[in-house]
Design a protein around this ligand. Structure first.
Ligand SMILES: Nc1nc2c(c(=O)[nH]1)N[C@H]1C(S)=C(S)[C@@H](COP(=O)(O)OP(=O)(O)OC[C@H]3O[C@@H](n4cnc5c(=O)[nH]c(N)nc54)[C@H](O)[C@@H]3O)O[C@H]1N2
Ligand SMILES: Nc1nc2c(c(=O)[nH]1)N[C@H]1C(S)=C(S)[C@@H](COP(=O)(O)OP(=O)(O)OC[C@H]3O[C@@H](n4cnc5c(=O)[nH]c(N)nc54)[C@H](O)[C@@H]3O)O[C@H]1N2
Ligand SMILES: [Mo]
Length: 767
């Protein structure tokens, strides 16, 4: 009988009857399986696992707050589980009693692993709520800017993501597909929590066969594969808004915009039009004006505007475009441009805010909530937008704005993290290292010795998804998966649930946290809760035992094609949007009422602090994109053979234009130094003509491997270079893509990469 496992990369079949151990293969009938998931059981990963509870030497010997500057460079002492849990429980109690629960940061951002019960975020938040609450985070690194602006102008990202027009409808109706940032196949193969059958690559091929014309706008050529010819409109990073303004100006000047649509379904077009024509600021956003910024000839812009207005057009954007200074603008401007074209709500027309970043968008499956673990109520009000973590730690009490609110940063004495890797995800890691010295105690649950584990005081070894039983489900992915345990926990590793149960008992909260259920009782309980809810929506699910025995529930029987915002288009009064006006907001009164410095009430072109047109480009002339890695998910599985095969001399590639390499005397395979005022890292040069001159690209995910003496990062982690500023005072989102660098090379005296070697383990009181 086949067993299955669910992962962010897809569903895989596992057979446990081979003498060589469990074998993993893609789900039968998956048309485009991801190779990443095939390496979840790679023995190469084991060398980097955490074996036992481990405590940083100074912290163990001298107590909380001892020698914080030694975090990340000091040996650890292995201790028993009992002792580790006693230490953590005592420290939580001390911090709660001395400073209150507002002193504990438990945001704990990160993707963790698939599985609805063992989901690390749910576990840690439930546990911390039981103990009196914690400082939480809002939004995500994925969509910091979009999560805040989109509900004000079009709808929540959750609703929009779920509503995307399905691929079959686009193949039938879309004649022109214009995408800002391509539709990278590598990204679309993942979905948070579970990817079902991989539909994006197939969807694009079907559109290609049906004759859709594709235009790929952006600095990279090789991120859109439709099986047909694609026009590449090569523009520098961060100039998309200017190009869209040029298109909008042309539509408006020729009266090609859909006035009836704008009147009925939007608010505030006229104020925006006054900006477009230059009436308000003296600058007409003509195709010539746009050409000077984005480098596309004015005639080409005019021709594209005509084509868009004359045919069924879908506009699409990658999430990376909002992970930038002023990152709200390209999203807002794209919605505005789509509104001017008047095709929103028609089959195959309008806009998408993410065909590409995950498998989800374009699904025919219904948005239905899966089995979930109750997280209880968090009595602490204080929060941060997730990407403001270093700001919070460095500036307790300092004011900040978010979503129109005026707030202050809490004073954090303890950080508790489970299921995320801030030394992967955060920007300007050298700044984060300084910030990380502020709290008295840092506790981390991790299966692996990632940098986040190395920089902690107490590391509690967690199991992986293969080492426990769980239920796999993610909305619109089309499956429930019985994730049966494949192997026993590695050495001393425990489930996050078991770890929190042990702590809760020590804090006399065991019954409240665990409700007396063991793992399988929880799965049954969560399944039955979900089954009851779905029954009220006329979606019958099997009983738990049947599900567990059969391993999969295929939800194809409730799937159906869809067109985004079709009901709104049919009857905007009966089906208003959830925006303040119920319509698409081209000008937002709400945003204007926030009176934020440097934020206009309609989309505008504003120069980012770092881009190829800024003064800093004289010193650092290359725009560095740090995109999502093809061979892993963020930092996950970086030590696997699949990820390691993508490295050159053990280091992450840096892609750069052939001409840029040539003038620097760099050839393919050279190890080069990538640097700016914030940091420097080594990477392996790959000259290419698929990138615009002036642009470089290092995918994220190489485990941080800084040399303690001088901070040189040896492995190719771009976050030692990126900028830790908010996208804007509105969203405070992550702005990782706003980053200028210089590259020099080749480097000959190469330090060894040590990212996957665990830290030194010593005996207590060893000298
Ligand atoms: N420069 C730059 N930086 C970026 C981005 C970018 O585009 N450019 N993208 C950003 C984006 S969009 C994101 S989402 C973030 C991703 O950042 P993260 O989500 O923090 O990255 P992951 O590597 O997925 O981290 C998950 C961690 O959880 C651990 N883990 C897995 N399963 C379990 C479990 O069951 N229990 C416990 N306790 N731990 C577990 C894994 O070993 C891993 O270390 O990165 C952001 N950072
Ligand atoms: N294999 C794999 N897949 C993943 C992930 C992973 O780590 N690995 N991470 C997942 C996560 S958490 C997320 S949030 C999504 C993220 O999805 P995205 O944020 O969209 O992903 P990126 O790869 O950073 O960028 C997508 C494309 O945008 C282009 N681009 C960057 N800046 C600009 C610009 O200014 N203008 C234009 N026109 N194009 C630009 C880049 O060249 C790149 O090809 O991916 C998900 N999918
Ligand atoms: Mo993300």
């Amino acid at each position: 009988m086949a067993r299955y496992t669910a992962s962010h990369w897809g569903i895989y079949e596992i057979s446990c009857d081979s003498a060589e151990g469990p074998q993993i293969r893609p789900l039968k009938d998956d048309p485009d399986p991801s190779e990443i998931g095939l390496h979840q059981l790679d023995p190469g990963l084991l060398k980097s696992r955490v074996r036992q509870p481990s405590v940083r030497k100074s912290w163990l010997e001298h107590g909380p707050g001892a020698a914080p500057h030694l975090r990340g460079r000091e040996p650890f002492v292995e201790v028993s589980w009992d002792r580790a849990l006693d230490l953590v429980a005592a420290e939580m109690d001390r911090v709660r009693k001395t400073h209150g629960n507002e002193a504990i940061f438990g945001g704990s951002y990160g993707w963790a692993s698939a599985g609805r019960f063992h989901h690390a975020q749910s576990q840690i938040h439930r546990f911390l709520n039981v103990t009196g609450g914690y400082v939480r985070h809002t939004e995500s690194y994925s969509l910091g800017a979009a999560h805040v602006i989109m509900p004000l102008i079009a709808g929540t990202m959750a609703d929009l993501m779920a509503g995307h027009t399905s691929w079959d409808v686009m193949a039938e109706h879309t004649r022109l597909f214009v995408t800002f940032g391509g539709v990278p196949r590598k990204n679309s193969q993942s979905s948070p929590g579970l990817a079902g059958k991989h539909r994006v690559h197939v969807g694009l091929q079907e559109m290609g066969r049906a004759g859709t014309r594709f235009v790929n706008v952006g600095p990279c050529r090789d991120n859109l594969d439709t099986g047909t010819e694609v026009e590449w409109m090569a523009i520098p990073p961060h100039t998309d808004t200017a190009l869209m303004l040029g298109l909008a100006w042309q539509l408006h000047a020729e009266g090609l915009h859909d006035r009836a649509f704008l009147d009925r379904y939007t608010v505030g077009f006229d104020r925006f039009a006054a900006y477009l024509t230059g009436e308000t600021d003296g600058v007409a956003k003509t195709p010539d004006w746009a050409a000077a910024i984005c480098g596309i000839r004015a005639e080409r812009i005019v021709a594209l505007a005509h084509e868009m207005a004359g045919t069924r057009t879908m506009l699409n954007i990658q999430w990376s475009l909002q992970r930038a200074h002023h990152g709200e603008q390209p999203f807002w401007m794209m919605v505005t441009l789509a509104a001017m074209l008047g095709q929103i709500g028609l089959p195959g027309g309008g806009f998408g805010v993410g065909y590409g970043p995950a498998n989800t968008m374009g699904s025919r499956h219904r948005k239905l909530p899966g089995p979930s673990l109750d997280q209880f109520h968090n009595p602490v009000d204080a929060y941060i937008p997730c990407a403001r973590i270093a700001d919070m730690l460095l500036n307790p009490g300092a004011p900040f704005t978010h979503s129109g609110r005026h707030l202050t940063y809490p004073d954090i004495h303890m950080i508790y993290w489970a299921g995320g890797n801030p030394f992967h995800h955060h920007q300007d890691l050298n700044r984060l290292i300084r910030a990380w010295q502020k709290p008295a105690s840092i506790v981390v649950h991790e299966p692996y010795w990632t940098a986040t584990a190395r920089f902690a005081d107490v590391v509690l070894p967690a199991t992986t998804a293969m080492e426990r039983n769980d239920i796999g489900y993610a909305t619109q992915e089309g499956y429930f998966v019985a994730m049966r345990k494949v192997s026993e926990p590695f050495e001393g590793a425990r489930n996050d649930y078991t770890i929190f149960s042990g702590l809760a008992e020590r804090l006399s909260l065991g019954e409240r946290f665990g409700e007396g259920r063991d793992e399988m009782e929880w799965l049954r309980h969560m399944w039955e809760g979900c089954r009851e809810k779905w029954a009220t929506r006329d979606v019958p699910l099997p009983e738990f035992d049947t599900f567990w025995e059969e391993g999969l529930v295929d939800l194809e029987f409730v799937a159906r094609s869809q067109t985004m915002l079709s009901r709104f288009r049919e009857d905007p009064e009966a089906y208003p949007l959830t925006t303040p006006s119920g319509k698409i907001e081209i000008t937002s009164d709400r945003i204007e009422s926030y009176a934020l410095p440097g934020f206009s009430p309609h989309p505008v072109w504003r120069e980012p602090v770092e881009w190829l047109g800024s003064p800093r480009a004289q010193r650092y002339p290359l725009h560095l994109l740090s995109d999502q890695p093809a061979r892993k998910l963020h930092s996950q599985l970086d030590p696997s053979v699949h990820s390691v095969r993508g490295k050159i001399q053990g280091r992450e590639p840096v892609y750069m234009n052939t001409a840029d390499a040539q003038v620097r005397g760099i050839v393919a395979g050279d190890i080069v130094e990538v640097f700016n005022a914030r940091g420097r890292c080594l990477a392996a040069a790959v000259p290419t003509d698929d990138l615009l001159p002036g642009v470089a690209r290092i995918s994220t995910g190489a485990w941080y491997d800084g040399r303690p003496e001088d901070g040189l990062e040896k492995h190719g982690n771009p976050n030692v270079l990126t900028l830790d500023i908010p996208a804007s005072p509105l969203s405070q989102g992550c702005a990782a893509q706003t980053c200028l660098v210089e590259i020099s090379g080749p480097v000959t005296d190469l330090p060894e990469v040590t990212a996957f070697v665990p830290p030194k383990i010593v005996a207590e009181n060893a000298r």
